[in-house]
Design a protein around this ligand. Structure first.
Ligand code: CTP
Ligand code: MG
Length: 164
């Protein structure tokens, strides 16, 4: 879980940063796709993307120096970019199947960012030392429930309009 912490942080940061920045520019610039639905929707913003990548990558620097789990200091950056790409692809899929921004699509909402993050890390750095079918399965299960519960907490703290 420490290995994927940058991905978790990258995924969670936009919820808070967009509130702090107080300004949000949709990544799709309000444009519609061939199906007359938004390409991504207002839930994916430039500010959220940049802050997520930055905070996720920075969070990995102390981990890199304290623990021997990353191949180099840029691996957390790769994990963060991978997480944001997965999240954006998830919204693209949700819009194509007709789900409005903010509607839930489990388990894509909870796991898409993680799988994409690990995929990009794998492409660049290969399998991490902890990799096995068991640890991967455990990570998916833990992340699913962690994502659900942290989103409910964000909802109670009025950081999110919806609990998912
Ligand atoms: N967010 C953002 N930019 C991103 C990702 C997230 O600004 N690249 C912010 C948005 O305010 C978004 C919130 O984080 O509403 C929660 O993200 P998420 O649940 O992924 O978005 P949804 O609003 O649920 O939209 P979608 O249905 O497209 O997933
Ligand atoms: Mg959502």
């Amino acid at each position: 879980m420490i290995f994927v912490l940058p991905a978790y942080i990258a995924n969670a940061t936009p919820v808070i940063s967009v509130k702090i920045i107080g300004r949000s520019t949709p990544l799709d610039r309000g444009m519609y796709a061939w199906d007359n639905k938004r390409i991504l929707g207002d839930g994916k913003t430039v500010e959220g993307l940049i802050s997520g990548i930055l905070v996720g990558a920075l969070s990995g620097i102390p981990i890199y120096f304290l623990m021997d789990i990353f191949r180099n200091v840029f691996q957390p950056l790769v994990l963060s970019i991978g997480a944001m790409i997965g999240d954006i692809l998830g919204s693209f899929v949700k819009r194509r199947i007709g789900l409005e921004r903010g509607r839930p699509l489990p388990p894509l909402d909870q796991l898409g960012f993680l799988i994409s993050s690990l995929f990009f890390s794998y492409i660049l750095y290969g399998l991490p030392a902890w990799a096995s079918l068991d640890t991967f399965a455990a990570l998916l299960v833990i992340t699913f429930f962690l994502h659900l519960s942290t989103n409910y907490i964000a909802y109670f703290l009025r950081l999110k309009d919806r609990p998912y």
